[in-house]
Design a protein around this ligand. Sequence first.
Ligand code: IPD
Ligand code: CA
Length: 277
Amino acid sequence: MLYSATINVMVKAARRAGRSLKRDLGEIEHLQVSLKGPANFVSLADKRAEEILLQDLSKARPGYGFIGEEGGMREGTDKSHTWIVDPLDGTTNFLHGIPQFAISIGLQREGTMIAGLIYNPANEELYMAERGQGAWLNNTRLRVAARRELADALITCGIPPLNRADGHARFQSELAHVMRHAGNVRRLGSAALDMCFVAAGRCDGYWERGIQTWDMAAGIVLIREAGGFVSDAEGRSDMMSNGTVCCGNEYIHRRLLDLLREADAGRRAPLARAAQL
Ligand code: IPD
Ligand code: CA
């Protein structure tokens, strides 16, 4: 691929932050971890990686805004451009020494995602996409899988953890319904990499509710540039604001949306009947 200046900046920052994460992964048992809430650990590694990304991206593009999972929103003088960064997506995997985690950097211009990079330093997989330039894994061009039948499809998802137990019932009904139709389902533990796997054709579809802007910002560009479709869980383009996401190729994306709608209707029907009694 021909690296644009923007992608170069993102790659350099991600590789430096990645070296830091990789060192910290090796010493995971010595890391001090602070507890942000039940089942939501945030490690020092996370904060260090965000600091590196903030430093490098701000130095290369002074004035751009920066939204990071750890530090929140930092306004820039350039109101058109914003970096949307997750320094460590897959924190639970990381803390358990499972090498399925990533740095995710998205660039938004005037409200549109125009570039995305997702990097797993544990296996050196570097996913990149820029609007109109295609999606890449290292030097290989990416394309979503061609499978059209749900029965052949491998679907990934996100399971709400203990501290989001209010999402359990809905998730369970959706999962049960997807399991009745799809070939098989996975929970891999990093939303950013789930989207990369769909872009790379490894998985056919992915859905999750209750996720954040930085979990999906870069992935949105990757999916679109790999020829896939991405929306919120209702099929609208509001995923960044309402925190739900559903993606896949044209066929699987549509079928997955149908299943989510059916699961929801099935869950509401007994509730509505009970209310009438
Ligand atoms: C989480 C991961 C996980 C997803 C959660 C995210 P974190 O991000 O992407 O796969 O299910 O919704 O919050 O906390 O590891 O950065
Ligand atoms: Ca995340």
